[in-house]
Design a protein around this ligand. Structure first.
Ligand code: PYC
Length: 307
C-alpha cells in the first residue's frame, strides 16, 4: 500500500493539494526535468491524487521538491487531472500558506523554483501573499476565430506562466448560475483554436480560455482550465496574461492596481512592472488550509489511479 501525505488549501475558492517533499521523489537537475519525470514515472499517482474518487476536475496539485536554485525554499511541479501545469498563481498562494502552516516560512520573501522559472512570494503578517510571477507577454493580438453558434470571437494569445486565449469580443454575462453555459462556450472556442492550428510561441498549447464580463468598473472573468473545469479563483496566471495585454495597449500603467474578480466573486489584485519583452506581474490574494491528509493507494485497487 502506497501512502502519500498532502495538505489541502483553497485560494479564492480554487483548491490546491500540496504533496509534501519526498512523497513523490521527482528526479532531475532542473524543474523542467522533474516535470518530465512526473509524466514519465508517476503519471498514475498524479492522476489518482486529483481525479475522482480522491479529487475532482477542479483540483490543482503541487509536488514539492528540493530547490534547484540557491535562493529558493523549494521547487514545485504543478499538475491537474490531465497532466502537468507550467505555473499556477492561486496554487503558489496555497503553497506559501501551506509552508507557513508547516512552520517552514515566516512573513517575508519566499522564492520557489518552477518548471517555467523562478517566482517570488511576499508573505504578509495577515496571511496575504503577493506573487511576483514569471515574465508575462502578449504573443498575438486580436486573433479572430469563427465559432459555430457564437460567431466571430476576437482575442489575444498571451503567456502568464501558461498559454491563454484572452477573449476580448464578445463579452459574456458571468455568473455562477451560468457556469455550465460558460464552460460550453469556452470549450467551443478552445476547440476552434485547436482546429485552426492557433498556438502559443513554439507551438505551446493554449490550454486556458478566459472570458470577461461587459462591466467596466470591476472586471469579472471565467477561466476554462485544462481538463474542462473552470477556475473558482480569478486565476493568477490568467490575470498575469491579461495584464500583459492591457499594459501593451497603454490601458494599464506600471504599478497601477487592477482588481480581477472571479466567477465566484473572489478577487486578486494585480499590477505590472515593465521588463524587456513583456511585464513582471504581481498577483495578491490569500489561501486557507482545509485539510491534512494521507491518501492510500492499494495495489489491488483497479481504480487506484482515479477515473
Ligand atoms: O491561478 O494560475 C492560476 C491557475 C491556473 C489554473 C488554475 N488556477
Amino acid at each position: 500500500m502506497k501512502r502519500i501525505r498532502v495538505i489541502d488549501s483553497h485560494t479564492g475558492g480554487e483548491p490546491t493539494r500540496v504533496v509534501l517533499e519526498g512523497e513523490i521523489p521527482l528526479q532531475g537537475a532542473t524543474m523542467a526535468e522533474r516535470r518530465d519525470d512526473l509524466v514519465a514515472r508517476f503519471d498514475g499517482v498524479r492522476a489518482g491524487l486529483v481525479r475522482e474518487p480522491r479529487g475532482a476536475d477542479v483540483w490543482v496539485g503541487a509536488i514539492l521538491t528540493p530547490p534547484v536554485s540557491a535562493e529558493a525554499v523549494c521547487g514545485v511541479v504543478f499538475f491537474t487531472t490531465v497532466g502537468p501545469l507550467g505555473m499556477c498563481g492561486h496554487g503558489t498562494i496555497g503553497i506559501v500558506e501551506t509552508l507557513r502552516h508547516l512552520g517552514r516560512v515566516s512573513p517575508g520573501v519566499i522564492t520557489l523554483d518552477t518548471p517555467v522559472g523562478q517566482v517570488r512570494a511576499l508573505l504578509h503578517e495577515d496571511g496575504r501573499v503577493e506573487v511576483s510571477n514569471v515574465k508575462s507577454y502578449r504573443y498575438r493580438k486580436d486573433v479572430e476565430v469563427d465559432v459555430e453558434g457564437i460567431g466571430k470571437v476576437v482575442g489575444d494569445v498571451s503567456w502568464g506562466g501558461n498559454w491563454f486565449f484572452i477573449v476580448k469580443e464578445p463579452r459574456f454575462e458571468i455568473s455562477l448560475s451560468r457556469a455550465k453555459d460558460l464552460t460550453d462556450i469556452s470549450t467551443q472556442i478552445q476547440a476552434e483554436l485547436n482546429r485552426a492550428g492557433i498556438t502559443g510561441k513554439d507551438q505551446g498549447v493554449i490550454d486556458h480560455v478566459e472570458l470577461f464580463s461587459p462591466d467596466s468598473d470591476v472586471s469579472t472573468n471565467f477561466v476554462l482550465c485544462p481538463g474542462g473545469s473552470y477556475d473558482r479563483s480569478p486565476c493568477g496566471t490568467g490575470t498575469s496574461a491579461k495584464l500583459a495585454g492591457l499594459y501593451a495597449d497603454c490601458k494599464l500603467a506600471a504599478g497601477e492596481p487592477y482588481i480581477q474578480k472571479s466567477v465566484t466573486g473572489s478577487e486578486f489584485i494585480g499590477s505590472v512592472q515593465p521588463c524587456e519583452g513583456g511585464v513582471l506581474p504581481t498577483i495578491a490574494g490569500r489561501a486557507y488550509i482545509t485539510a491534512e491528509s494521507t491518501y492510500l493507494f492499494s495495489e489491488d485497487d483497479p481504480l487506484r489511479n482515479g477515473l
